[in-house]
Design a protein around this ligand. Structure first.
Ligand SMILES: Cc1cc2nc3c(=O)[nH]c(=O)nc-3n(C[C@H](O)[C@H](O)[C@H](O)COP(=O)(O)OP(=O)(O)OC[C@H]3O[C@@H](n4cnc5c(N)ncnc54)[C@H](O)[C@@H]3O)c2cc1C
Length: 425
């Protein structure tokens, strides 16, 4: 089986590369062993933690960190990659919000996290003043969002000092089936119930709208028009469902990501996958790549767990297999390892030096990963493999948590890897 390009990994980095390649007309195969970090993420795209416009802060940041993946992409291309992501999401009915500075998205525990792009349905604090009253609601029996905890944390934020923050609990008898087994009472189970509503069934959305009206009416501020719900109303595009709820209740209704699984991230993954397929790409799931065959300094093909004898061949390859979380990197007693190509990795010999002493200290292991040259070509045995590019959290020299750069790096490096491939053909 021969392709123009093969992308290994179905997370943000792999999808970003694959979309660019497929859109340019390349016969592109994406191979993914399983879920990506998107299934656990907020669905927001962090670019760089910064008080003002992160794009203004990036040149100084790159000058200070010449080995950082952003420095191998450059500001113009970082911006172009994010604009492309917005366009692809918009195309799939998932518009992303951004302003000229980072905005703050509400987290499930009621803290505010700085980010660059968020799905339009997310509860975010923008440059506009916070509302005078807000109601954080959950569904009775649902364990993955706790409005009281979120409200207590949100109330400590200076921009909510004037805001009347209330909580409420929605009761839907249709969810009783989950109370028998609380392990099934997860956001995805509730979403499936909404998604499979048929015309002849009692209208779940109407009941939800009635319940929202009730808890607003019974709250200490019945004039409140801002309601936040846990993200559990659809596995697919939730925009139309929220719009219908807003029409029925007269409230502005936004979502907050729950504890994992995160439907907001899963929707983004699915939207980008749909877009890739629409562009003619081939997506293989449950396809763990185990190793590669080489000709000199070129990769000629990869083989997967489904058969050593089947070689997936291509002119170019992108390694976007993620970090430790997705097993793109493996941690061993004496160091870390990239398991597919045995690529050169940045690590520290002394294991005690891998982590800081306290949870919020700097942890050097976060910056471990695959080494690349200036054009993102993966290093192996001290030399670049000429047709294998690295992208996303498998890469060395960046710390997504400390920098607030997680998906921004994934999107930008995936896009840039594809650009190098396209420039070379
Ligand atoms: C739990 C969690 C939450 C996060 N939340 C956010 C957030 O809210 N915002 C943000 O900006 N950043 C967040 N991040 C940072 C995250 O690193 C980036 O956002 C980004 O999603 C990483 O994308 P990636 O494609 O590099 O890796 P991943 O998303 O990890 O994807 C790797 C892919 O490679 C596949 N794979 C691995 N090995 C193989 C193999 N051998 N063969 C085939 N496929 C393979 C995996 O199945 C997966 O599909 C989060 C990270 C984690 C771990």
């Amino acid at each position: 089986m021969k392709f123009d390009s093969i992308v290994i990994g179905g997370g943000m980095a792999g999808l970003s590369a694959a979309l660019r390649l497929a859109e340019a007309g390349q016969k592109t195969l994406l191979m993914a062993s399983g879920q990506s970090a998107l299934h656990f993420s907020s669905g927001s795209i962090d670019l760089l933690e910064s008080d003002g416009d992160p794009r203004t802060a990036l040149p100084a940041f790159m000058a200070e960190h010449p080995d950082h993946p952003y420095s191998k992409v450059g500001l113009t291309n970082i911006e172009a990659s994010l604009a492309d992501l917005q366009r692809h999401c918009q195309e799939q009915g998932l518009p992303l919000f951004r302003q000229e500075t980072n905005h703050q998205r509400l987290t499930p525990i009621g803290t505010l996290k700085s980010t660059w792009l968020s799905p339009h349905t997310c509860a975010c604090l923008t440059d506009a003043p916070a509302p005078d009253a807000i109601l954080l609601a959950t569904l009775e029996g649902f364990r993955d969002f706790h409005p009281a905890l979120a409200a207590a944390n949100l109330a400590t934020h200076p921009r909510f000092a004037h805001c009347h923050i209330m909580t409420g609990e929605i009761r839907l008898p249709q969810l009783a089936e989950f109370s028998r087994n609380p392990h099934e009472f997860r956001s995805a189970d509730i979403a499936r119930l909404f998604d499979k509503q048929q015309g002849d069934q009692p209208d779940l959305l109407a009941d939800l709208a009635r319940e929202i009206c009730r808890i607003v009416h019974e709250s200490s501020d019945p004039g409140c028009r801002h309601v936040v719900l846990p993200a559990c109303l659809s596995l697919g595009l939730v925009g139309p469902r929220l719009a219908e709820l807003e029409k029925r209740t007269g409230c502005i209704i936004k979502e907050v990501a729950t504890m994992p699984p995160s439907l907001i991230g899963m929707r983004m993954q699915e939207a980008l996958k749909r877009r890739f397929l629409a562009l003619g790409g081939t997506f293989l799931t449950s396809e763990r790549v185990l190793g590669a065959r080489y000709e000199g300094d070129r990769v000629i093909g990869v083989h997967s767990q489904n058969g050593d004898d089947q070689l997936f061949e291509a002119d170019h390859f992108v390694l976007a297999s993620g970090s430790f979380f997705s097993r793109g990197l493996e941690s061993r007693l004496r160091g870390i390892r990239e398991p597919i190509f045995n690529a050169d990795v940045l690590s520290l010999e002394e294991r005690d030096a891998w982590a800081g002493r306290r949870l919020f200290d700097h942890h050097p292991f976060m910056g471990f990963g695959v080494k690349t040259d200036d054009t993102l070509r993966v290093m192996r045995g001290g030399k670049p493999l000429t047709n294998l590019y690295g992208a996303g959290s498998v890469l060395a020299h960046y710390d997504p948590i400390k920098e607030g750069s997680g998906s921004g790096v994934a999107v930008a490096t995936g896009w840039q890897a594809a650009c190098h491939i396209l420039a070379g053909v």
